[in-house]
Every structure is written in structure tokens, then in C-alpha cells.
Design a protein around this ligand. Structure first.
Ligand code: CUA
Length: 347
């Protein structure tokens, strides 16, 4: 008498779907991240020697992972086709342990990881800060949620924008005023943690003039995503002009609205947090505004620096970037307009 097994009707269906799913899921995982990153800064479009070395390492890892993927998936497909529907009759041969196979799947990954380890060490050695005594060094201080940028040798303080001369290696000292952040400019350099009470040093170098977006890469509170910055690589003469302009103190405005805006600014809580060199505003909590009009963005690359956005920001900083240190001040719309007119004179 033959014994019959009764399975629920669903079960063969699930099995039928399981094999294609097992094959396509890894493929999807490969393809999905590749879509939707056409415009964002990518380590695959390096614009400087540091990122170029990281890009080289990435391609080596990708090539090795591709070989592993093809071999493993190939064996999986082979097994599915060969032993799936038209499986040979009878019970398969029973195997208990196989020294050769076990030695293989232990040693092959070990060799792959060892090769990657060597490539990684070589890349890390190249990315180390060169032991030269550079003429230019930048200090970057992470705050929740913006970047203070200081050029001690040049006596410049700015925020959220780092100008560097193109083709020059610029060491960057990283410190934090509060929690751990991470400094990352994908097109120029790898990530480095920004740690309170500890100085980390990285460097930036851009091969071509341009603007490269950076981003905090370590979760640091609710506005972590709005903690971006720009690295602007200038040709040498343009860089020299930028330095000269940043070194100058703010010039008091002459137009009536801007003058009124300056009076409102100096009489309000603004001065408690912001510095404008050459005025009584010497606050140290928020970004230095001495040359705020020369910057491309405000609120750490959250908004482009336009009069409309400045107005919206001063009206409702907590609505635009909830939790940031700038309070909603009780300013009338006309006072806000006047402050915006004043800030726009600060080139
Ligand atoms: Cu700072 Cu995330």
C-alpha cells in the first residue's frame, strides 16, 4: 500500500515562488541603490585625489563582490534548474561532511578578505594627512546643526561654506561643540568623525574648481539631515579675493531700510548669538554673519540664500528647522524686512 502525504494547498505555491524570489532578491538589492542617485554627490564621481583613491578601492571591492555574486547565484540557479522540477527519481545520495568543500569555503573567503584588507590598508596610507607644514589649515567645528569654519592663519570665521584653493591639499581639523558629528564630502574625501574634546584631522583637495556638497554623516539629533555644507574650490586669484573680502569688517549700510534693519538687529536678541565684525554684535552661539550675503545657502544648506528665504527663516526658524537654537523672535514683518535688507548688505 502506498502512503500519501497531504499538504496544505498553499504550500506548493509558496515553494514555487520561493525559488525565483531567492534569485531575484539579491539582484534587486544590487539594482535599487543604483537608481535615484543621478544628481546627488557620489563617491563614484571623484573630484580630487582623496576621493579618487576611495573610488579605486570601491571598484576593486565591487569587482570582487561581482565575481562572488555570479559564482554563488550561478550555482544556485544551476541547482534550481537541475534539481528543482525534474529531480531525478528516488532519494538523493546522502553525504555527511566533505573535507575538500569545507576547506574551500573557509579558505576562499579568507583569501578574498585578506586581499581586500591589503588594498584597504594601502588606501588608508595614501589618505593619511601628509606630514608637511602647510601654509593653509582650516578648523571646522560641528554644532547641532551647522558647521563653524575658521581659518586661524587668515583670521576668518564663517559658516557652512569652506573655500579652498583648487589643486592644493588643505588640512582640516575637526572638533565638535556638542555631540559626535561626521564630516563627509563624498566627491573629495572619505568620512571622518567629529568628536567633542578630540581633534581629528583630514584634508581636502579638489582637482577642478567647483562646488562640492558635504553632509554630516553621523546621526546627531532631529535636524541631522539639515546639517550640510558646501566646499567651494576656487582658482587661486578668486580664492585670494575671497580671503581679502572675508577679512574685511562689515561696512555699515547707507540705505534707509538697511540702516533701520541694522538698528533693529543691534537692539534685539540677534546680537546674543551672532557676530558681525565691526559692530557690537559679538554672540558666539550661532553662525558668524559678517559676510552672510556672500554665502550661497543659509541654515546649513537648508535654504538657498535669497531675500524670500531669509525672510521666511527669520519669521519662523522653528517651523523650517524644528529644534535648532534660533528662537522665533517677536519681530514685526516690517522689522524682519529691514533686517533682511541689512543682512543683504553684508557681502
Ligand atoms: Cu551632525 Cu549629523
Amino acid at each position: 500500500m502506498q502512503r500519501r502525504t497531504h499538504r496544505p494547498a498553499l504550500f506548493p505555491r509558496v515553494r514555487q515562488w520561493l525559488n525565483p524570489a531567492a534569485l531575484f532578491l539579491p539582484l534587486l538589492l544590487v539594482i535599487l541603490p543604483l537608481s535615484g542617485c543621478a544628481t546627488s554627490p557620489s563617491i563614484l564621481r571623484p573630484a580630487g585625489p582623496g576621493a579618487a583613491r576611495i573610488n579605486d578601492l570601491w571598484w576593486i571591492m565591487f569587482a570582487m563582490a561581482t565575481v562572488v555574486f555570479v559564482v554563488v547565484e550561478g550555482l544556485l540557479i544551476y541547482a534550481t534548474v537541475r534539481f528543482g522540477r525534474n529531480r531525478p527519481p528516488g532519494e538523493p545520495r546522502q553525504v555527511y561532511g566533505n573535507t575538500l568543500v569545507e576547506a574551500g569555503w573557509t579558505s576562499i573567503p579568507a583569501v578574498i578578505l585578506a586581499v581586500l584588507f591589503v588594498f584597504t590598508l594601502r588606501t588608508m596610507a595614501v589618505l593619511k594627512v601628509p606630514a608637511t607644514n602647510p601654509t593653509l589649515a582650516v578648523q571646522v567645528i560641528g554644532h547641532q546643526w551647522w558647521w563653524e569654519v575658521r581659518y586661524p592663519g587668515e583670521h576668518i570665521v564663517t559658516a557652512n561654506e569652506i573655500h579652498i584653493p583648487v589643486g592644493q591639499m588643505v588640512p582640516v581639523q575637526l572638533n565638535s561643540a556638542d555631540v559626535i558629528h561626521s564630516f563627509w564630502v563624498p566627491e573629495l574625501q572619505g568620512k571622518l568623525d567629529v568628536i567633542p574634546g578630540h581633534t581629528n584631522v583630514t584634508w581636502l583637495e579638489a582637482s577642478q574648481p567647483g562646488t562640492y556638497r558635504g553632509q554630516c554623516a553621523e546621526f546627531c539629533g532631529v535636524q541631522h539631515a539639515h546639517m550640510a555644507f558646501l566646499v567651494i574650490a576656487d582658482p587661486p586669484d578668486q580664492y585670494a579675493r575671497w580671503v581679502a573680502s572675508e577679512q574685511a569688517a562689515a561696512v555699515a549700510p547707507t540705505a534707509a531700510t538697511a540702516r533701520h534693519g541694522m538698528d533693529v538687529f543691534m537692539a534685539s536678541a540677534c546680537v546674543g548669538c551672532h557676530t558681525i565684525q565691526g559692530t557690537k554684535a559679538q554672540g558666539k552661539i550661532g553662525p558668524d554673519l559678517t559676510h552672510v550675503a556672500s554665502r550661497d545657502t543659509i541654515a546649513a544648506d537648508t535654504l538657498t540664500n535669497t531675500p524670500a528665504n531669509l525672510t521666511a527663516w527669520i519669521h519662523d526658524p522653528q517651523g523650517i528647522k524644528p529644534g535648532n537654537d534660533m528662537p522665533d523672535l517677536p519681530l514685526s514683518p516690517s522689522d524682519v524686512q529691514a533686517i533682511v535688507a541689512y543682512l543683504q548688505t553684508l557681502h
